[in-house]
Design a protein around this ligand. Sequence first.
Ligand SMILES: [Zn+2]
Length: 721
Amino acid sequence: MPTFVVRATLLIGGILGIAAPTVAAQQSAATGPIIGASTPDSLATLVMQTFSTGTPEAFAAIFPDSAGRVFMRSRAPKQSNLAQVIWRDRGRAVLLLAGTTRDGGGGNQTNNARHFSGFYSAAESGGVWTVTHQIPFDSANYIRSQGLAVDIAPGKAIAVVDTLILTIGAPYGFGFRINNDVKFRSIRLDGKSVAYAFGGGVVWVPTPRKARATLILEYSLAAERRVDSAATPAFGAFHNTDMWHPAFDYISGNHLAQISITARIPAEYQLTTTIPQTVTMSNGVRTVRGTSMHAAFLLALIFDREWTPRTTDFGDFRFESFTTPAFRYPHDTLAARTKYVHDLLARRFGEPQSPSRYLAAVEDRALGASGGFNVRMNNAAISGGGGGSLGSESGQVFAHETGHAWTMNASGRASNFLHEAWAKFVESLVLRDMYGPAAETNYWEATRTSYMVGNDRSGWAGGFEGRQSILGDFDNGRIHYMKGAWILRAANWAMGDSTFDRGMRYYIEGMGGTPGGHEEFVAALSKAAGHSMASFVMPWLTSKYIPDVEARVEGDRLIAMQQQPGETFDLPRLEVELTTPTGKSIRTVDLRNRAATLIIDRIGPVSEIRVDPNHRYLLQRHWGEMVRFELPVSKLTGAQSVQLAATFLRQGVTLPATKSGDTWVVEVPLSEGRYSYVWSTADSVGARGGDAGRGGTTDPALTGTRVVRPLQHVENPYPGR
Ligand SMILES: [Zn+2]
């Protein structure tokens, strides 16, 4: 799907073409005691030598952190950069360990190492020092503001002076991440040059604790992304994922800072700083001054000689487009769509993080000529060159990127959930409004199917169920777009519109300048509900499983039970449909524990019991059909073997058809839902389930959509097996 990521963490894997390490939530328990060294210094050296030249087994024996182990195991050759003891007392020490891939350019090097390079705690026991755990990079340290002065030489480099106001609460100094190719001219802390360490994508500045310190960085960074061989290219960009100025990582709340920027570029270029900005011209130089209206973390600089920027104000909301004349959508279309999404959301959820009343729509030709609107950076919704699609009956990419404004400052381990689940939820609201409830229903069904078959960017395909949790895959996961979105849909159902909307407003308003993690999200919903919503929200975030509910009737009692492994869910207002000789009726059960009993009248024999018939929740489904897919042999003349690909199958999986007379046949148990499929000859290439029915070059005679009804209990159905 072309919808992603606020602040582009998926860009790292998806567009910049590197493999982002998947972070496992838990430490591996498989290895024995961690090996150590006789001093903290020799320990630091040993770890980094093993990182760059040892075997994965040797590294795992000395290094307990699972994310670092995953990175070390990746195939790209590594380099060791920093191995220092930066603090110690009798039995404890803090190590600065940094290393990254040898190749890839500075932005990729920094991103590749972002779960590894950093601070580690070491402890001594019986004369042996061992690494105990990673110390989160932002522990007790804050970036309060950044004041950037940037000179842009398109196609060549940027020269930067960044004045940061910091709070330094850690006893071992201050660290930040930045593009590994940055060339520092000076680093000054409170007016004095400091001896800093830089490598593996991190900078460490030794300093005592300070409630307020001023750090001034002077550096240059060469243009990495050469998209055009001309001496002065028509366009270019320094994206947030290029880490061209300091941050802790992609999810910290501690670096959400007031950011101001003064950027200078030759006057023939237009420039967006991705935050509200003003422009002045003098002596052939365009000077762009931007000020973040709320705390932000990393800016992008995107420029183009062909843009004709235009603005439209709706009251005190400003919309600005930066597009070339060839862009598919004119300014007025984009402005009208922006206002439409804004008004639709504001009616229910208020204004986005007040006062974030600015949106830029940017054609970023440095992203290539495809993709449409697919990423959000601060106040900018960003499209690849040309424009793609604003949305369709199956998804609303422009509304997705616009809607990000409401939870833009979400932070912490649930930040991708709070960003992407929300933006996907926004799409559903727009679909309902534009196309009606059937389109919205189809969207949620497709989102569920995607969760069940699952395809993760880190390479494996095979369903998220039982394999990932939201908090366990905080970094880059696709799970947030699917299961995450369903959590908001379920909360909306469980709480009702007015309470849910109030809860979201509390959460959104609370983020004006301060971080908002899942703790704040739970607190906001709880405040609106008048009771704690933790038991409702948390199992969805921590469990690798979705609820699996069965119900039965015994006499005058309806008994509902959760039977999934792991966490017990709180499922209020769970609907159960009972079929009796007099018809169907829906009972509502608050299933807050493993089992709940509802007293019902003696209603006579119950022939069918269906849990959640209206799909309010993301649940395991036990009802469906044995579905027979048939293709006349004449549709694929001469084919020796035929296969079916479908959205209910995992990527790369197809089902072989059997020939019955003049018909190819596939028979398969399917759970209730709506699925697309495509037939192909077994020797043809490119028929993937994920592409089924999504247009393109596929022959319409070979594709279709199948609605599967809840006609019978089916054992082990697709999708999800
Ligand atoms: Zn997104």
